[in-house]
Ligand binder design. Structure first.
Ligand code: COA
Length: 377
C-alpha cells in the first residue's frame, strides 16, 4: 500500500528546513549543525534558544544582551493576571498556557512580521510566569512576584514554583531537559505552527495552535502519561508483571516508540543519565529502577526503545515538578523551535494546503426533506 494512504504522512517530505536534522540513518539529532550531545554537554538553554531564533550561537555581548532582554520581559500584564485568576484550579496547565498565549496575543499583538523577534522573546520569557502565577494563585491563593532576577529560564521557573533558588544540580538538570525539548524538525506541533504561519496569520495564533497539538499523549503529553505509569509500581518485579499484561492487551506504553528514529532516540540516553543522577540524589532510586526495568521489558518484548519523554518523567519528578507541569515544560522550551520554524516559513512562504484521496459517496441527486428515508426509532 502507498505510504500516504496509511495516514499520518509517514515518510513524506513536506518542506525544507535548516533548523534541525532528525534521525538521519535512524539516529542522531542536530540543531543548525550542532549535535544534541555537544549542546547538552556544553551549552545553556538560552544559548540554544538564541541559536534557534537567530541562526548562530551568540558571542559574549549578544548573549549578555539577550539574557538582559529576557529578564526584562517576565512580567504578566494585570489584565492577563485577571484572566488567569478566573481559570479553575482543575484546569490542565496546558489549557492555561494555551489561553495565556492567546490572551497575550490579544493584549500585545504582533502588529507586523518585523515584530516577530520581539514577540518570540516575550513569549519565551513570559510563559513560565503565566504558568506558575496561575498555579500558585489556584493552589495557595498567593499572587506571586514573577519579575525575579534569576539568570536563566530554568532558575526562574524553579524559583517561582518552589520559592527558593534551585540547587546547581536541579538548575542544570532542567536546563538540559529544556535543551533536549527545544527543536525537532517537522513534528506534529511544529508542523501545525507552520501551517498556521503559512496562511500569513499572526505569531501568537501559530504558537497557540502548536500548544494544542502538543497536548495529546501521542506527542508532548507522553511524559505525563509515562510518569503515571512509572509511579504505579513500588518495585521492578511488579512493574514487569504489569507491563507484560498491558502488552498482552496490546496497550501502548507511553514514552516508547518514535515515528522517525528507528534505532534509538539520542535524547533519551542524555536524559537517562540525568534521571539516574537525580533519582540517586533525591533518594528516589526505586523510580529509576522501575523505569529501567520497563525499558528492559520493552526492548526484550517489543524491540522498542525509550523516547525523550520516558526518562524525562522521573527526572522532572525528582526536580519536584508536579506531573501536570511536565508537558507545559515542553512548551516553555519548544517555543524556541516553533518560533524558528514560523520565521523560516514566513521567509519563504507558500500556503500549506495538501490534497486528500476522496473515499466518500459518488455524486448523488439532491433529495427534498420529505423524500428522505425515515430511520426506525
Ligand atoms: N507501546 C506499544 N506498542 C507500540 C508503541 C508503544 N509505545 N508505539 C508503537 N507501538 C506499536 C503499535 O501498536 C503498532 O503495532 P501494530 O503494527 O501491531 O498495530 C506499531 O508499533 C506501529 O505503531 P504506530 O502507532 O503505527 O506508529 P507511529 O509511527 O504512528 O507512532 C508514536 C509513533 C510515537 C505515536 C507511537 O510509537 C506511540 O504512540 N508512542 C507512545 C506515545 C509517545 O511516547 N509519544 C511521544 C513521541 S516522542
Amino acid at each position: 500500500m502507498n505510504k500516504v494512504n496509511r495516514g499520518g504522512l509517514e515518510g513524506i517530505v513536506a518542506g525544507q528546513t535548516r533548523l534541525s536534522t532528525v534521525g538521519i540513518d535512524g539516529v542522531g539529532l542536530t540543531y543548525l549543525g550542532y549535535s544534541i550531545e555537544d549542546l547538552a554537554a556544553h551549552a545553556g538553554f538560552e544559548e540554544v534558544a538564541y541559536l534557534l531564533l537567530y541562526g548562530e550561537l551568540p558571542n559574549a555581548n549578544e548573549f549578555a544582551s539577550f539574557i538582559n532582554r529576557l529578564k526584562m520581559k517576565r512580567g504578566v500584564p494585570a489584565s492577563l493576571k485577571t484572566v488567569l485568576e478566573q481559570l479553575p484550579a482543575s484546569s490542565h496547565p496546558m489549557d492555561v498556557l494555551r489561553t495565556g498565549c492567546s490572551a497575550l496575543g490579544a493584549l500585545e499583538p504582533e502588529l507586523q512580521f518585523e515584530d516577530q523577534y520581539r514577540a518570540a522573546e516575550r513569549l519565551l520569557s513570559c510563559m513560565p510566569s503565566i504558568l506558575v502565577y496561575w498555579y500558585q494563585f489556584q493552589n495557595s491563593g498567593r499572587r506571586i512576584d514573577v519579575e525575579l532576577d534569576s539568570e536563566t529560564i530554568a532558575e526562574h521557573f524553579l524559583q517561582m514554583l518552589q520559592g527558593h533558588p534551585p540547587s546547581e544540580l536541579h538548575r542544570r538538570a532542567l536546563d538540559v531537559g529544556l535543551i533536549l525539548y527545544a527543536e525537532h524538525e517537522f513534528n506534529a506541533s511544529t508542523f501545525t505552527a507552520r501551517i498556521v504561519a503559512s496562511t500569513l496569520s499572526d505569531f501568537h495564533s501559530a504558537i497557540t495552535a502548536g500548544i494544542g497539538a502538543l497536548r495529546g499523549p501521542l506527542h508532548g503529553g507522553a511524559n505525563e502519561a509515562a510518569m503515571e505509569l512509572i509511579e504505579r509500581f513500588q518495585d521492578p518485579e511488579t512493574a514487569e508483571a504489569s507491563l507484560l499484561e498491558m502488552l498482552a492487551r496490546k496497550e501502548k506504553i507511553m514514552g516508547f516508540g518514535h515515528r522517525v528514529y528507528k534505532k534509538c532516540d539520542p535524547r533519551s540516553d542524555i536524559i537517562q543519565v540525568w534521571s539516574r543522577r537525580l533519582c540517586e540524589a533525591e533518594g528516589e532510586q526505586h523510580l529509576y529502577d522501575v523505569s529501567e526495568r520497563i525499558e528492559k521489558v520493552m526492548r526484550r518484548e517489543k524491540k522498542m526503545f525509550p523516547n525523550l519523554d520516558f526518562y524525562s518523567a522521573s527526572a522532572f519528578q525528582c526536580l519536584g515538578i508536579p506531573t501536570p507541569m511536565f508537558t507545559p515544560l515542553f512548551v516553555l522550551s519548544r517555543i524556541t523551535g516553533w518560533a524558528a520554524h514560523i520565521f523560516e516559513q514566513r521567509a519563504d512562504n507558500r500556503l500549506i494546503r495538501p490534497s486528500a484521496d476522496y473515499i466518500g459517496p459518488t455524486l448523488r441527486d439532491w433529495l427534498p426533506m420529505d423524500q428522505r428515508c425515515i430511520l426506525e426509532q
